[in-house]
Design a protein around this ligand. Structure first.
Ligand code: PLP
Length: 415
């Protein structure tokens, strides 16, 4: 067996360089986390060698006996973790999971109600640049201008007006708990399906830190990344009565053969999410986000909705006379990664923006607590205040290095 280092120095160097970047930086992209080493191990395992289509007991290739055990294990764990009637763990990603549900219940041209991308929704919730917006007739709901929270009255009005076949809830940049029961009641009134894309908050839901949509939605889609902090893939939960249609839509409807190495890593992710250690980590994720919001607020930033119930803060930079693009660039220069993000009713263009989205999952999975959030909050403020001061930024960069080195990442890995 030859290592990558022995066979391909180009790629070895790329991974090594990225490992150093991850080790030395402060990662605050809201969709990221540091996965357990067991996930790395399974995703890099020999399970990738097997081609397999279909479902346990109904396969299109021979040699499925062993692999069936992994898929059944993953399905059972997902059902147990989220108290769901049925689970499909084959979607290659969160976007694919949404595609599978749409394929199961919609026809091209059907009307769907989803959250606007520029107010927190995801591309697959009807963006015109995405298959969802091209294939289906998406109508969008958004936020209330004053509270900056989801405008449930608007959902009700649009639902009555457009009679969508499906209502989609869930978001990529929304710091508050979504009232799933309320939206489910609106869907029931017009006899629409209700799907929740819980990709961002799935770990918080698994840990009981955020409410679960499972009892209210016909379909729940998710990734196993983000707060679930595991394999890079997707999965779907649904009521038993939709199981057959959903499975058929996934294979052969939307996907071909399975990614068995990732599927095993998803099964591990579900087991890990049942542990007390994971539940404690998710509680800390929210505490960290709330502490960081408090410190940023004290330093003159405006926090969209005034705070957060999950791992996400949306920060309005206008009080600091900065755009999202400028702040993202300055933070990256000192070793802190966040992403520029539209704030509600943002006057700036999507590539500029008036805000940034900050997530606390990654650094919490690395062991940081409120004390470090206080440090990071003050560092962020110094970057905002000294954005032109190159000497000050250099000093801050050294501080970031010291701070991140207190939380070693994967010691001994890839060496
Ligand atoms: N749904 C939501 C709410 C997301 O935030 C994301 C994140 O990117 C996705 C779906 C898509 O997941 P993926 O990037 O795995 O396709």
């Amino acid at each position: 067996l030859h290592t990558v280092k022995e066979k391909d120095m180009d790629l070895y160097n790329i991974v090594e360089e990225e490992l150093q970047r991850q080790r030395t930086g402060i990662e605050m992209i809201a969709s990221e986390s540091y996965v357990p080493t067991q996930v790395l191990e399974l995703q890099g395992s020999i399970l990738t060698n097997k081609t397999m289509e279909g479902f346990p007991g109904k396969r299109y290739h021979a040699g499925s006996k062993v692999i069936d055990k992994a898929e059944i294990l993953g399905i059972e764990r997902a059902k147990e973790l989220f108290k769901a009637e049925h689970a499909n763990i084959q979607p290659h990603s969160g976007s694919n999971a949404n595609h599978c549900v749409y394929t199961a219940i919609l026809n091209p041209g059907d009307t769907v109600l989803g959250m606007r991308l520029d107010q927190g929704g995801h591309l697959t919730h009807g963006s015109s640049a995405n298959f969802s917006g091209k294939v289906y007739n998406f109508v969008s709901y958004g936020l209330n201008r004053e509270t900056e929270e989801i405008d449930y009255e608007e959902i009700e009005t649009l639902a009555q007006q457009h009679r969508p076949k499906l209502i989609v809830a869930g978001a990529s940049a929304y710091p508050r708990v979504i009232d799933y029961e309320k939206i489910s009641n609106i869907a029931k009134k017009i006899d629409a399906y209700f799907m929740v894309d819980m990709a961002h908050v799935a770990g918080l839901v698994a840990a009981g830190v955020n409410p679960s949509p499972v009892a209210y939605a016909d379909f729940v889609t998710s990734t196993t990344t983000k707060t679930l902090a595991g394999a890079r893939g997707g999965f779907i939960l649904c009521k038993e009565k939709y199981a057959k249609a959903l499975d058929k839509a996934t294979f052969p409807g939307a996907q071909g053969s399975m990614h068995l190495h990732v599927m095993a890593a998803k099964a591990y992710t579900f087991k890990h999410a049942m542990s007390q250690e994971f539940r404690d980590c998710m509680k800390q994720v929210v505490k960290n986000a709330q502490k960081l919001a408090e410190i940023l607020k004290e330093n003159g930033f405006r926090i969209v909705t005034g705070g957060t119930d999950n791992h996400i803060l949306l920060v309005d930079l206008r009080p600091k006379n900065l755009t999202g693009a400028e702040f993202e660039r300055a933070l990256e220069a000192v070793g802190i990664t966040v992403n520029k993000n539209m704030i509600p009713f943002d006057p700036e263009k999507p590539l500029i923006t008036s805000g940034v989205r900050i997530g606390t999952t990654a650094m919490t999975t690395r062991g940081m607590k409120e004390k470090e959030m206080v440090e990071i909050g003050h560092i962020m403020n110094r970057v905002a205040e000294g954005i032109e001061d190159h000497k000050a930024l250099e000093e801050i960069q050294s501080e970031v290095l010291v701070l991140s080195s207190r939380f070693p990442l994967y010691p001994g890995y890839f060496e």
